[in-house]
Design a protein around this ligand. Structure first.
Ligand code: SAM
Length: 216
């Protein structure tokens, strides 16, 4: 029988929504590296050993270490960088700093920017993503997306500060103009305080008359 992920596993769906748009050579950004599962998925989707680039942020050394170990085990090329620089070339670049520094490291607009919020599984539950910095980064991330690109968020509501973070995100997204953004949410039904998924896609704008003429 085929092995299935639980239908309510939002991390699984976040991977599906990323894979749907990513191609070899793209830039993908993981705002919260954690144990490295999302980063590994993005690295495979963009073929980071030969073509694409992944930037992954986390404030904790433990997370950067875990992510490095997982990717190295899976034979992915990884480099850790510490000073702001706009990285070039293929590979996975791990950065131990807050995702608020995103624009200092990002070399170009990204096809996918992903964040699995909350705390490090198996780590210190007191160190979590926070409403103020998450909101600041989301605003920045939306400007760093390519047309057709996606911001993919797994949002938690159960731990301290999580409701505030969730509220800040949804309030901001509710103000985005539907002409420019497609936004979907996916929530497990009848599961109190379960994490939920948000996918924000930057709509591809129709070509202007001038662009259409130039394409001929
Ligand atoms: C749920 S975990 C991420 C899971 C991860 N994506 C994975 O695949 O295993 C959340 C992570 O966010 C990190 N974090 C919290 N605040 C952050 C910030 N301001 N910038 C970057 N990472 C942050 C935590 O250290 C933690 O490792």
């Amino acid at each position: 029988m085929k092995t299935q992920q639980p239908l309510t596993d939002m991390a699984h769906w976040s991977h599906t929504f990323a894979a749907e748009v990513l191609e070899a050579g793209d830039l993908a950004i993981d705002l919260t590296a954690g144990r490295g599962k999302d980063c590994l998925h993005l690295a495979r989707c963009v073929d980071s050993n030969s073509h694409g680039t992944v930037l992954a942020f986390d404030i904790q050394h433990e997370a950067i270490h875990s992510t490095t170990s997982l990717l190295t085990e899976q034979r992915m090329t990884v480099a850790t960088i510490s000073r702001p620089q706009q990285v070039t070339g293929p590979g996975v670049f791990l950065i131990q700093t807050s995702h608020e520094q995103l624009s200092l490291f990002s070399p170009r607009q990204a096809k996918v920017i992903m964040a699995n919020l909350g705390y490090l599984p198996g780590g210190d539950h007191a160190i979590t993503t926070r409403a103020d910095s998450t909101l600041k980064t989301i605003k920045e991330a939306l400007t760093e997306l390519l047309s057709g690109g996606r911001l993919i968020l797994v949002v938690y509501t159960g731990h301290e500060g999580a409701q505030e973070e969730s509220q800040a995100i949804t309030t901001h997204l509710a103000d985005l103009h539907p002409r420019h953004w497609h936004i979907i949410t996916m929530r497990p039904f009848l599961c109190h305080n379960a994490p939920y998924l948000l996918v924000v896609e930057k709509r591809q704008q129709p070509a202007t008359v001038r662009e259409r003429l130039l394409q001929r």
